[in-house]
Structures are given as C-alpha cells and as structure tokens.
Design a protein around this ligand. Structure first.
Ligand SMILES: Cc1cc2nc3c(=O)[nH]c(=O)nc-3n(C[C@H](O)[C@H](O)[C@H](O)COP(=O)(O)OP(=O)(O)OC[C@H]3O[C@@H](n4cnc5c(N)ncnc54)[C@H](O)[C@@H]3O)c2cc1C
Length: 458
C-alpha cells in the first residue's frame, strides 16, 4: 500500500493533521491500535479554549452530544489560598470520546482514510530516510509505504522512539521524572446546595485544580505530579491539609500521564514528523495539550504541504520551516515557562503566598499578556529584595528564583534564534543542551527537597 501521509494515532493531534493534509489533496491514511468506538475513552471530560478552537476552525461542541458546560475565566490561587489571579478566556468543558468521533468524521469529509485495530510496530527505513511503517492487524503484519510518516501516538511516541540514534529528530523516551502523572477524581459534594464549581481554580504550588463536571452537585478534583500517581496523591493530601474545600466523596477516578519534558528540538526528519504528545507538546502551566499541539500541526501542515508539492518525499531540510516557525514563537514561550515553573514552586507555602500577593512569577493572564520585560525584571528583583527585608522570603528562595528566571530567559532567547536552516543546527543544539542541563526540572524539587514532602520547609 502506498500513501502520501501515514499517521500513527487517531486522536486530537493525528485527526487535525489528517484534516489539514487531506484538504491539500494528499492521500492520507490514519491508523490506530484501538477500535473506532474506543477512541478517546481514556478521558471523559476535557477543556478547550474557545478562542483557540476558533483559530483552528475546529468543530464547536454540540449541546446533547459533546458539550457539557462553558465558563469565561479561570483562576489560580496561592498555596495558603489567600491570593488569586484571573485568566480571562472562554473555556468549553467537553466529552472527549464524543468529540473524537466528530473529528474522525471531519477528517473523513476532507478525504482521509482510516484503519482501526491497526497497531504500529516499526518504521521502514531505507538509507537514512523513513519510507513507511510495519503495522499489525489481528495476527497479520503488513507494510504501508508513505512519503511521510507522522507520529501522533501520544506520550509513548511509538514511532519517534524507533528513529535511529543521531537522527535530527531526537528519539528520547520519557522517564517517570519527565511525565506528570495526572489523577482526576470525579467527586460529589456532601452539601451540594452550598457549593457550585463554575470555573477552573488551580493551586500551582500543589499541582492541584478543581473544575466543573457534568453535574452541578460535583466537580473534578485533579492533581498532576512528576514521578508517580502515589506522589501525586501525597501532593493532594498536602493541599487538603493547607486549603479548605467543601467535603466530598469520590465517585470515580481516571488516570493518565502527560509529558513534562522539553519537545525534541527538531520535529522533522527525512520522511518523518512528530506531533502532539509524542513531541511533548503540552502547556507547561497546566499540561493541556490539544490546542498546544494544533499550533505546531497548523505550521507543519503548511510547511510539509509545500515541501511535498512537487510529488517527492519531504526531507528534513525541506520541512525545516516547521521547526523555525514553531521554536521561535510558541516553542520559545513554552521553553521559558517550563524553565521558570520549577523555581516558582521551589519554596514554602508562605513564600508562594508572597509571590502571588506581589505579582512575582504568578500573574493574571500569564500566557497572553503584553509586558515590558525589562520593567518586569526590575519589579521582580525589587519585590524579592523587599520580601527578604520584611522576613517573608528566605535568601535561599530568592537565589533559586533568580537562577531559574535567568536560565529561563537565556533559553527563551536561544529559541528565538533557532537556526534558519538545518546547517546551523548542531551548534545550536549543543548550546541548547547546555542551557537545559543547568535549568533543572520539577522532579529535582521533589527529589532534592524533602521539605516539600514532609514539613514544607518549616
Ligand atoms: C487526565 C488528563 C486530563 C487532560 N485534560 C486535558 C484538557 O482538559 N485539555 C487539554 O487540552 N489537554 C488535556 N490533557 C492532555 C491531552 O489529553 C493530550 O495532550 C492530548 O490528548 C494528546 O493528543 P495526541 O493526539 O497527541 O495523543 P493521544 O490523545 O494520546 O492519542 C494517541 C493515539 O495513538 C494511538 N496509539 C498509541 N500507540 C499506538 C500504536 N502502537 N499503534 C497505533 N496507534 C497507537 C492511541 O490509541 C491513541 O488513540 C489531559 C491529559 C490527561 C492525562
């Protein structure tokens, strides 16, 4: 079998990419190891930003089908719950399995073909180029040749991790410390008449959030943490000890992991692209991945479409524009945020409250603010110095915060200078590796800082 594009994984990243390539007239095959009716069943409820959905022309949710609820802002609160920041954006609460079925129909209307219960086994590689994939259907192994294979298989990155060592698209697999293990508790409040959760509230310090669910009597109480679900449970317990929320009983629990690792520096290789969770494309602030991935998919579809317009299989060099356009925009912003987040939670609850109160790190409308960076840096330093003088911040915390924000700013500037063509890549990558090595990770805060687990540094 010969296709232009073979997509591994029929979920949000794969289906949007299928639509974008099929509408350009390419022959697209999407395969998924699951049965069609089981797609997306790992998650009942998910959230999508209305503005972002509109930007990608995605089908809007339908009443009585995948629509659950909508709200106009979300909030984040300090560790002791005394301070709050608002983020204005309309958010849809939706049912993932029903929405995925609509995305399958949507991509199909543009001409994409599907084969379900078809699992990826290995890449077909000739010379250094990916030329297709070996797939398994029931007991049968088949080979599908394609000019481009796109890995949209989620956090397992089943195809990207099979790329040869030294390939321009890195083949790393994720360790436990590179993932956020997310537990979603669907809860009912014991006194439902006294409480109604209308929008999402998060407590970044504990990596805990509360969100509306499909019934007004309840909510979703979620926690996501590095290393393991058990560690996440301990974060939730610490949260419940410090912050009062109405008593609840847990009706049902869902679990899943999201990447918490920088994306590969190059999303493309000869005849290959990695998109979605397989390329670690989640928002560092909250782990949401659907529209974060669509941002890259949109750019990649344009660049890959252009690279294939002459009928040939696309090389990494021909698709390089996808890396440049992504890394210099959302890539730079997410990289900065990923490196900053570690410092922001490496402190005591009291210090986190002080950070919130004085707009240090935690601000309203974090991702879409227009700011004067120089002024912001001055305000940060002034605020931190005041904090030490008033005894609200320890010098140790200040040192860490300044270290992380300085590295984060260097990383962002490095991404803004992502090489315009593949020839400058090796040197850029070496420098990027050195910067990330000094950035540390959220998992370091857990491994090295026992106070977080035990007595919060008191
Ligand atoms: C608990 C939880 C809550 C979340 N909530 C939100 C939210 O509210 N909003 C948001 O934007 N994001 C949310 N996310 C993140 C979001 O779910 C992911 O970022 C997004 O689903 C990634 O989409 P994807 O298409 O890249 O991968 P996936 O959704 O993981 O899909 C991968 C597909 O590949 C298939 N596949 C895997 N291996 C193979 C194989 N060997 N052969 C063939 N097919 C294969 C799978 O069956 C699957 O259908 C949440 C994640 C979790 C864990």
């Amino acid at each position: 079998m010969q296709y232009d594009i073979l997509i591994i994984g029929a979920c949000t990243a794969g289906l949007y990419f299928a639509k974008r390539m099929a509408e350009q007239g390419y022959r697209v095959l999407v395969v998924d190891r699951d049965k069609q009716e089981n797609l997306g069943k790992r998650l009942e409820i998910f959230h999508m930003d209305l503005g972002e959905m509109e930007r990608y022309g995605a089908p809007a949710p339908e009443e009585g089908n995948d629509f659950v609820h909508s709200f106009k802002f979300s909030a984040s609160r300090s560790a002791l719950g005394r301070w709050e920041k608002y983020h204005e954006h309309t958010v849809y609460v939706m049912k993932l399995p029903a929405y995925i079925q609509r995305l399958v129909r949507w991509a199909g209307e543009y001409g994409a073909a599907f084969q379900f219960e078809t699992a990826f086994e290995d890449l077909l590689i000739e010379g250094d180029k990916v030329v297709g994939a070996k797939l398994r259907q029931a007991q049968k192994s088949i080979e599908v040749r394609a000019k481009l294979v796109a890995d949209c298989s989620g956090i397992g990155a089943v195809a990207r991790t099979k790329l040869p060592q030294g390939c321009v698209c890195e083949n790393f697999s994720l360790e436990d410390s590179d993932k956020f293990y997310v537990t979603v508790n669907y809860v009912s409040f014991l006194k439902p008449e006294k409480v109604h959760i209308r929008h999402t509230i998060s407590w970044p310090y504990y990596k805990v959030w509360i969100a509306p669910r499909e019934t007004q009597q309840g909510a979703i109480v979620g926690v996501g943490a590095n290393m393991s679900y058990e560690y996440g449970e301990r974060c939730l317990q610490k949260f419940l000890e410090n912050v009062r929320i109405p008593d609840y009983r847990v009706d049902r629990v869902e679990r899943g992991a999201v990447p918490y690792h920088r994306p590969p520096y190059s999303f493309v290789a000869d005849g290959f692209a990695a998109l979605g969770d397989s390329a670690c494309l989640t928002k560092p602030s909250n782990g949401e991945g659907v529209t974060a991935a669509w941002y890259l998919v949109d750019i990649a579809a344009e660049e890959i479409g252009a690279a294939m317009s002459g009928g040939e299989a696309p090389t990494a060099e021909a698709m390089w524009g996808a890396n440049v356009r992504y890394q210099r925009t959302q890539g730079a912003a997410f990289a900065e945020l990923l490196a900053t987040m570690t410092g922001a939670v490496d402190c005591t609850p009291e210090e986190n409250d002080y950070e919130f109160k004085h707009n240090l790190i935690f601000k309203s409308n974090l991702l879409n603010r227009k700011v004067d960076k120089q002024q912001e840096k001055k305000d940060l330093i002034r605020g931190l110095v005041k904090g030490v003088m008033k005894g609200k911040m320890r010098p140790r915390t200040i040192k860490k915060l300044l270290h992380y924000s300085s590295i984060a700013s260097k990383i962002k500037h490095h991404y803004l200078e992502f090489p315009a063509d593949i020839h400058g890549y090796s040197e850029w990558k070496e420098q990027a590796d050195a910067l990330w090595a000094s950035a540390g990770s959220m998992a370091d805060v857990v491994y090295d800082k026992e106070y977080y687990l035990n007595d919060c540094g008191k």
